[in-house]
Design a protein around this ligand. Sequence first.
Ligand SMILES: [Zn+2]
Length: 468
Amino acid sequence: MGTLRIRADRRLVAGLLNLLVLCHLTPMVFSVSVRAQETSTTVGRPPQRLPDTRRPLDRARLGAAGLQVLESRRLLLVTDVPLKQVQGIPEAVDALFDQLQQKLGVLAADASGKEFQVTGYLMDAPERFQEAGLLPDEEFVIRHGRHLGYEFWMNNQATDYYRRHLLFHEFVHCFLMCEHGMRDIPPLWYTEGVAEYFATHTVNPLQFGILPSGETGFEGWGRITELRKTALLTDATEPVTLESILQPKSREFTSELRYAQAWGLVWLLRTHPQLRPTFGELSRVRTRREFDTVLQRLTPELTVRLKIVWLLLLDSLEEGYEVSHAFPELDPKWQIRDDTSDTSVQIRVSADKGWQASGLFFSKPLDITLSGSGRCAVHDQPQRWEAEAQGITLDYAHDRPLGELTAALVSRDGRSVVRRIPVGRGCTLSVEANTELWLQVNDSDASRSGNSGGFDVQIELKAGGRNE
Ligand SMILES: [Zn+2]
């Protein structure tokens, strides 16, 4: 009896918490999720999903109120937008469901054998939905989209792409929350990041969890633009370091930057070949405790490496980023350099790769000189150019000559990066303590695969180093 009673209490708590909704793009989100986490005592995959408590719809009454109903196996869509704006969306949601089952794990069954289906309310004029009694209570503020149990509500969006994107985003939340409700959920950067990851899609072919190839066809998305815009501001009001995502100072999760960071980090963990083995199990995670178990693999050493890869990614991520050529290596081999080290090192920098570790880590402040020699071929479209280390001024990338030998100094605490220092044929740099030297041939990381060759880079520690 005791066990039964505990179970009953847990179900009651679950039901109540399920009413305390996770909202999307509202400050209420975090207080709700934190309360949910504190109250939770249950961990692990339940044998059954939460009951589907959606009310039956009176379609004739909805029709009279100017609302149309479209239905597929996984989505019941109630809307007042022109039908051409929602063409194909219910079928696309069916495909998304299959993809989520494959990538995030098969959902627990419903106790009554009911199929998983979600009702979405896509609204041009919310008052119509209000009058039809389809909105939740007044305190349930819907700025863009929100979900609750097996339902979500969203305002119509200005672009076809972002209308679908936001709808998919809310559907992913419903999928992930239908087993535990709002109990014990992972941190918001992760739950929002996963929803953003799978919502990012192409229609032809229908694919989810992709990296946009350009801005056309992804109107209204703008996550990369947001990340790069903020990363390049030295006086950014919100920090862009990995730490600021994993341990945010503010509980508010409303800004475009927060959503962009959440997407970017989940995308990185799911895509970088050296991170996937460590974080692949995040895919199966539903609860905070499961999440924390996987995140324990983020050792202090790995955290440092991830912080640096994150900063370098912010510098170079763009639509069409070629992951097989452009990702910085997670943990290259480093030689510690100080004022007693050998004074000369030669390394090779390839044109077909993004940021490459020089292998040199400076534990003390030093002056170093770099000089580049050799030739490489860059940019096979629209034309193939031959470049020496000073680059060519026939074409530009990142506002500098294409093919120019370029350096970045990254602090090992992952807090700062001195970006894109033009090296060319040669230059002298003052390097602060605890700094890694990274190099690349200047080009877009969306067009590395056509490049070949590279530069030999001679690095000299200046005699006597710096007096600090
Ligand atoms: Zn969301």
